[in-house]
Design a protein around this ligand. Structure first.
Ligand SMILES: O=C(O)CCC(=O)C(=O)O
Length: 288
């Protein structure tokens, strides 16, 4: 199980990422995958004018109880607390799925470029493998230490094979410095929002399923403009700054669907900032 000496936090601080942290047993992760795949089978049409694909990629924790519950898993929170401190909120939950033989990739990027949070260190992504995320299956690759610099220039490519919202890419990465982060089902990696990372196609014969949870602290909003929403999951809920949400009442509850629309409209200002084309991922009704 997790490294109780918090060696992972030290490695994270030094490299901007750490991989191979076990947070679910094989049986637990098989159940989780099954529950996700049941949703895909039974709720393919989505709800409230949004596709299931959109919920899976943007703020699924607002309307899907399963995703909010995963983000409250104690083993994940323990590992995140060692990095961010005792007061934790969930800003977003997303699924990154590459079908067997898929040519979909993720280009080199830094996460927080369009998140409207500035260059904060007070966020981390917990990325949990729900399948065997091997090198063959297109695991993530990271450039160690890249989080220590500032924000790099990203160019929008809008490449259809790119899973990122606008195919944003950092040019000129020295790939010889990249380190892979393969994960067995039930293992997790943590990465910093400024750490350069990417992933290749899925050349395996199973689906490659990753669940990314973006954790933040109350302090993130101290210097960020506008309004933003998050779900408190550990410690003290912030007294101000964040608009705190309670998590879904039930799958696709009408009140949560309205909240989802409000959050998406509010966040779209930063998430789609500066784009020369419509960023479909944040447009109501988007499907892959
Ligand atoms: O799933 C991937 O390959 C990339 C995920 C990613 O970029 C992220 O979680 O920040």
């Amino acid at each position: 199980m997790l490294d109780t000496e918090n060696g992972h936090a030290q490695a994270y601080r030094q490299n901007g990422f750490v991989a191979g942290l076990r947070v679910f047993s094989e049986q637990q992760v098989a159940e989780l995958r099954q529950n996700i795949e049941t949703l895909e089978a039974e709720q393919a049409d989505g709800a409230g004018g949004h596709s299931l694909d959109q919920f899976f990629r943007v703020n699924g924790h607002v309307v899907i109880p399963l995703l909010a519950d995963v983000a409250r898993t104690p083993a994940i929170l323990d590992a995140v607390e060692a990095v961010l401190g005792p007061n934790l909120l969930v800003w977003s939950v997303e699924l990154f799925i590459k079908e067997p033989g898929s040519t979909k990739t993720v280009s080199w990027h830094q996460d927080i470029t369009y998140w409207g949070m500035g260059e904060t260190d007070d966020e981390v992504t917990a990325w949990i493998a729900l399948s065997d995320v091997s090198e063959l299956a297109g695991c993530m690759r990271f450039i160690p230490g890249s989080h220590a610099g500032g924000m790099a220039k990203h160019e929008d490519t809008f490449d259809n094979d790119n899973l990122l919202s606008r195919g944003q890419t950092i040019a000129g990465i020295d790939e010889s410095k990249a380190v892979t982060g393969p994960l067995k089902p039930g293992e997790m990696s943590l990465h910093h929002g400024r750490c350069f990372h990417a992933s290749g196609p899925n050349q395996s014969d199973d689906r490659r399923i990753g669940l990314a949870i973006r954790y933040v602290t109350p302090e993130v909003r101290d210097h960020a403009p506008g309004q933003d929403w998050a779900l408190p999951v550990r410690g003290e809920a912030p007294a101000g700054g964040w608009s705190c949400i309670a998590g879904p009442r039930a799958l696709f509850h009408p009140a949560d669907l309205s909240l989802y629309d409000r959050i998406l409209a509010g966040q779209a200002t930063s998430l789609a900032a500066g784009a020369e084309q419509q960023v479909n991922l944040y447009t109501k009704g988007h499907s892959k």
